[in-house]
Design a protein around this ligand. Structure first.
Ligand code: CAO
Length: 477
């Protein structure tokens, strides 16, 4: 076998020497062989999984984000291995550093939990020297991410035209409250997005006002959408060689997460929404998707039920789904075997008008068990249930620590704190969570080691006020 291979090699070399036409042919044969082997991709790494670098290694992010939506996006990119350089206003920084402070004089949890795996540089983007530094950063980085109020980036002189001319490969990614339209100039915070995206009008109880949810679907949800847009734009850039604008509007992000309610809006034209408990209670539907309390969003009726200890523990509840395929198991578990054959209960359509009574009956059983006992009993027979977990229980949950979903981080100022690690796990890109940076902690390092400023230039920059707080700049001058 080895001999045959050597012969082939010799023949190929001879062919190369003889005819240039054959050279072209051989090159194209090799090329197509490479394509056939792996679509032009490098050979599969032989390193063990998790040891071949990080997914976004080499991607450089110019992070102009603040508050929550933008920082969640760039933190995720940092978790995936991108080099995130966070630009902050000298002496001030991201406003969340000082918001909802729990430890006097230290960066708040609001900031530290949203800005892991980043380096911080302070730059006054309106100072002429600051602008020079930003130009170098634009040339150096792959993606600029921002979530300023509409027009703020342009007012800094960082228009798309300028950025694209300075670095045609740069991707410019923005979170805004609204996309183009009547509200495009509005400033937007989390709850405004929840309201404008259709989440609030469909959350809460029918007889109560609209409700916002505790999950930050407007801020963190949109940050996640933006991260997806950035990664796909990076992928497209591999083909086109050029950057593009990526926009994630918070209203759009919330609507994307609330799409089942737009589904129900359209179903209303064809009759009542039979899986809503409102139907079983005989309450007529209006013109818009109503609030459905704790009804299940899917086709299987569900509700939140009290468990043992509910009188003193506000979280002693379980979500219980009466999934049709396991109805008989439910009847056995709750001690109602006669419901298996009773025509009022045996089939899903017959149960719909009786859901309130059915859940009240199941609750009589769940109230005799703790939520974890209900989990144990029901999961054994495939009944879908979920405990209402408090944040205390989640913080103490060992399995979440083991998977890196909850991580303990040490901070030089505030000591140890918990944060949420990478919720998306890649088997070949292991996330290491690094504490958030102090304000301007990496300014000198980035200016000299990344952007190549000399010691003399660094001294000039410091005296100019471009990277220092105004009062310090005055003293320096
Ligand atoms: N150097 C100098 N100036 C800087 C700077 C720097 N490094 N960083 C920011 N600034 C300036 C901006 O240029 C802007 O100045 P002008 O308005 O004079 O041009 C100013 O700081 C404030 O920016 P802003 O308007 O974005 O901030 P705000 O606190 O008034 O508004 C927010 C906050 C969140 C409502 C607004 O940024 C917004 O609507 N963003 C888009 C939607 C969004 O992300 N909302 C989520 C918020 S919670 O995650």
């Amino acid at each position: 076998m080895a001999k045959r291979r050597t012969q082939k090699k010799t023949r190929s070399r001879a062919a190369l020497r003889k005819s240039p036409r054959k050279v072209v042919k051989l090159a194209s044969v090799r090329k197509s062989a490479k394509r056939a082997n792996g679509n032009g991709l490098p050979r599969p790494s032989t390193k063990p999984f998790g040891k071949a670098g990080k997914a976004l290694e080499g991607v450089k992010i110019l992070d102009f984000t603040h508050v929550q939506s933008g920082p969640t996006c760039t933190q995720l990119l940092g978790y995936m291995g991108a080099d995130v350089i966070k630009v902050e206003r000298p002496g001030v920084g991201d406003i969340t550093r000082t918001q909802l402070r729990d430890v006097k004089g230290q960066d708040s949890l609001y900031f530290t939990m949203l800005n892991a795996n980043k380096r911080s540089i302070t730059i006054d983007s309106k100072n002429p020297k600051g602008k020079d530094i930003l130009e170098r950063l634009i040339k150096h980085c792959d993606v600029l991410v921002e979530n300023f109020a509409p027009g703020a980036l342009d007012r800094m002189g960082l228009t798309w035209e300028y950025i694209h001319k300075t670095n045609p490969r740069m991707i410019v990614a923005s979170v805004k409250g609204f996309g183009p339209g009547p509200y495009e100039d509005c400033k937007v915070y989390e709850n405004i997005a929840q309201c404008a995206g259709g989440a609030a009008s469909t959350t809460g109880f029918r007889e109560g006002p609209p409700l916002v949810t505790g999950a930050q679907i407007g801020d963190s949800g949109t940050g996640l959408h933006l991260a997806f847009g950035i990664v796909t734009a990076l992928y497209q850039r591999n083909r086109t060689g050029r950057g593009q604008k990526v926009l994630a509007a918070m209203q759009d992000g919330v609507l994307n997460l609330a799409r089942v309610k737009l589904r129900d809006q359209q179903r209303l034209a064809h009759g009542p929404l039979t899986e809503y408990s409102q139907y079983g209670e005989g309450v007529p539907f209006g013109k818009a998707t109503p609030r459905a309390g704790n009804d299940s969003g899917g086709g299987q009726p569900g509700w939140i039920l009290k468990c043992k200890g509910w009188e003193s523990d506000p979280d002693a509840y379980i979500y219980f789904i009466t999934q049709a395929p396991v109805w008989e198991a439910i009847c056995d578990v709750i001690g109602k075997p006669e419901w298996k054959t009773d025509s009022d209960y045996a089939k899903p359509p017959a149960r719909l008008p009786r859901l309130k009574h059915i859940f009240a009956t199941i609750e009589q059983w769940t109230m005799t068990k703790t939520k974890f006992e209900v989990m144990e009993i029901c999961n054994k027979v495939d009944i879908p249930v979920g405990p209402i977990l408090s944040m205390k229980e989640i913080a103490e949950e060992a399995s979440l620590r083991e998977t890196g979903t909850i991580v303990e981080v040490d901070h030089p100022g505030r000591g140890k704190y918990l944060t949420v690690g990478n919720p998306v796990k890649l088997s070949d890109s292991i996330t290491e969570v690094k504490r958030s940076p102090l304000l301007g902690e990496h300014t000198d390092e980035i200016l000299t080691k990344v952007l190549g400023y000399s010691a003399k230039e660094l001294a000039d920059i410091k005296a100019s006020g471009a990277i220092t707080a105004p009062e310090k700049a005055e003293k320096a001058a």
